[in-house]
Design a protein around this ligand. Structure first.
Ligand SMILES: Cc1cc2nc3c(=O)[nH]c(=O)nc-3n(C[C@H](O)[C@H](O)[C@H](O)COP(=O)(O)OP(=O)(O)OC[C@H]3O[C@@H](n4cnc5c(N)ncnc54)[C@H](O)[C@@H]3O)c2cc1C
Length: 404
């Protein structure tokens, strides 16, 4: 590697890899620096629900980026997965209101879907929803046919290999520990094992996920953004165990709700939720849901017998603690029993945990040139639907880079 490169991307999660892939035709010397020893390792991108979102959770009045990039991301992701043989399925999704109080939350979800022009969004009666998923119980449901699932590690690996084959250089097992602005670029300080290196870069893209706030401050100490790590744990059950827990294969979600910082549900009417949310006393979550999941069967990723239940979310201090203090199966049952009543404690086993990079200061993502050093594009707080939107985010970043 030379002492100066055109572009350095910090972080090889799905977003860093998608940006590397999209920009590989524009620059001959791109370096991606990743602190993990491989690209599909411990990060948000490898530990998530794998849901391809349709765009129903992101009200345009609360920030334009999620609303603007989720739907084009959804469309591009299906095309990409088809073209490059990445395991995926357009399963469709039901958002179910199981109690009277949840009907207002459902109406709000339908409103956002209408505002974002989510294709095919439809309100269903209980009977219509149960024709699709016979074991659910609800009063009404929203149906969103463009929702689906993708196998996240296969997606990252494909983006990585396309970028690497196009000449992008991946420095894995290497941590960025300093970014010093120069008059015409940046000096990048790295550590790999005990080896320290310094090289220069004309441009920098911060795609460091859970550490994106820290990288932002290495570039510009006045950067105002902070990451709030939110752990999302998942459990699983095997749908073929009994006919009454058989799952026909859709994404099944409750209506979105609010949780307090300790992970407890704010079981309140919609008007009260809006008040708590405005006062920043609660976080909005898509809720503990059922997702068909890819499994490695005879060396091939297939949708098998496994259904994931999650994420059970709570605020945590550590950004990378994936194993300790896992929530018990009772927690999952509590959240899904109203709409999936036949599941029992014995059916549930624990599955995995991930940590999401939420922004403290705002609901929407930050994707913009740094205010003081605009040759650095900052991507801070890329939480859900970052997986769905990765290719659209990469297009957006490409436009920003072209405008420098
Ligand atoms: C539990 C959970 C469920 C989710 N479900 C969904 C879903 O269903 N659908 C959806 O669309 N999205 C979902 N998301 C969100 C999605 O996973 C993220 O938005 C997306 O993966 C963000 O990708 P990223 O590349 O920005 O970050 P990451 O995947 O976190 O990658 C950032 C990378 O930067 C590296 N890095 C950090 N600091 C440094 C440094 N100093 N030097 C070098 N490298 C560094 C890290 O090691 C990491 O590999 C979920 C997330 C979680 C946690």
């Amino acid at each position: 590697m030379s002492d100066r490169v055109s572009l350095t991307i910090i972080g090889a999660g799905v977003v860093g890899c998608a940006i590397a892939y999209k920009l590989s035709s524009k620059f001959e010397d791109i370096v991606v620096v990743e602190k993990n020893s491989k690209v599909t390792a411990e990060n948000q991108s490898s530990r998530n629900s794998g849901v391809i979102h349709s765009g129903i959770y992101y009200p345009p009045d609360r920030g334009k980026l999620k609303a603007q990039l989720c739907m084009p991301g959804n469309e591009q992701l299906y095309e990409f997965c088809k073209e490059f043989n990445v395991p995926h399925a357009q399963t469709g999704k039901l958002v179910v209101a199981a109690k009277e109080q949840e009907l207002d939350y459902l109406e709000d979800t339908m409103r956002i879907a209408r505002e974002n022009k989510v294709p095919g969004a439809k309100l269903l009666s209980a009977e219509e929803a149960q024709k699709m998923e016979p074991n659910i119980r609800c009063l009404k449901a929203g149906y969103f046919p463009t929702s689906g699932i993708v196998e996240p590690t296969q997606l990252i690996h494909k983006l990585y290999s396309l970028a690497a084959n196009a000449g992008v250089f991946f420095l894995t097992g290497t941590e960025v520990v300093g970014v010093k602005p120069l008059t015409d670029g940046f000096e990048i300080h790295t550590i790999s094992g005990s080896q320290k290196e310094i090289f220069e870069s004309d441009l920098v893209i911060n795609a460091a996920g859970l550490y994106s706030d820290k990288i932002a401050r290495m570039v510009n100490p006045d950067s105002p953004y902070d990451i709030l790590p939110i752990r999302g744990e998942a459990a699983k059950f095997f749908k073929n165990k009994r006919a009454d827990i058989h799952h026909a294969g859709m994404n099944i979600y409750p209506t979105p709700y609010a949780i307090y910082p300790n992970g407890k549900k704010a079981d309140v009417p919609f008007a009260e939720y809006k008040k708590l949310f405005t006062e920043k006393k609660v976080l909005k979550t898509v809720g503990v849901h059922l997702t068909p999941t890819f499994d490695l069967i005879n060396n091939e990723y297939q949708i098998g017998n496994l259904v994931t239940i999650g994420p059970a979310t709570q605020r945590v201090d550590e950004r990378e603690n994936f194993s300790e203090n896992l929530l018990p199966p009772e927690h999952y049952l509590e959240f899904v029993k109203s709409f999936f009543p036949n599941l029992t404690l014995e059916d549930i086993s624990l599955h995995q945990a991930g940590v999401q990079a939420k922004l403290v200061q705002q609901y929407d993502w930050v994707i913009q040139p740094d205010e003081k050093f605009p040759r650095c594009i900052q991507l801070i707080g890329i939480d859900s639907p970052g997986l769905t939107s990765c290719l659209a985010i990469a297009d957006y970043v490409k436009e920003l880079v072209e405008s420098i």
